[in-house]
Design a binder for this molecule. Sequence first.
Ligand code: SF4
Length: 290
Amino acid sequence: MLKLLSLGAGVQSTVLALMTADGTLPRVDAAIFADTGWEPATVYRHLDRLAVVLDAAGIPLHRVSNGNLRADSLDPAHRYASIPYFVRNPDGSDGMGRRQCTAEYKLAPIGRKARELLGAQPPHFRRVPKGAVAEQWIGFSTDEISRVSDRDGVSYIRRRYPLLELGMSRKDCQRWLTARGWGNTAKSACVGCPFHGNAQWRDLRDNHPSEWADAVAFDEAIRKGGARGLPLNGEAFLHRSRVPLSAAPIDRVTRREWADRSPDIFDALAELGDPDGCSPYGCRSGTAVA
Ligand code: SF4
């Protein structure tokens, strides 16, 4: 059966890519990265570095795209794919935009490439030949187990979650990467994704000023819902405070961020270079898999 890695190029899927390349996990037949056209430059650089490793292991990396999410969102001529903006309604109540961007700019092009690799014919690659099936690897870690779902499943794809089988959490993945010289792997998400936490916004503002300016400009442009977006009576924002991004309270450190900052014994070992301390197999007893 064809094995395909869904490569988001964030922490978890990078672990899977490196594990399949170094033989820790079985070899996949291809990795697929869906490019929204709006990833930060660090993610594209990271992807280029990963491509070298995959190439050396004989694993093709397919970069697929359904357009540029940022440009399309502001283009009056383009069909609108809703981004989950934070909305302030005219009566002062809070709302949230629908999230269609992931389905349209990530899942759709990945699905089309998967069907193509399974033998579906151009130009639309809709029909997979009878009996063709692919195993699709998804990098959910144990802290994301609630995201596992077979909803929207199709008969020619069998989803597999190798990190759950290995009992690896996101922290385990970060330690594993750090121990192998990939510790700077960033969370992969669009530059102006409303799901950013304050830490990501601060990182953008303090370390990537041109991307911060890009996000601030986009935030201003969507105030009335974007080009063909919901003709909003209220206002849309990228930051959860529903304040313009340039003035949003992003210096407030959330409880979760503090928790993430607290060093623990495994982080200390990882920094000291103790391979056992970094190994998920050495420090995890195997979290239950649903
Ligand atoms: S990262 Fe955010 S903005 Fe980009 S596709 Fe996903 S949900 Fe949409």
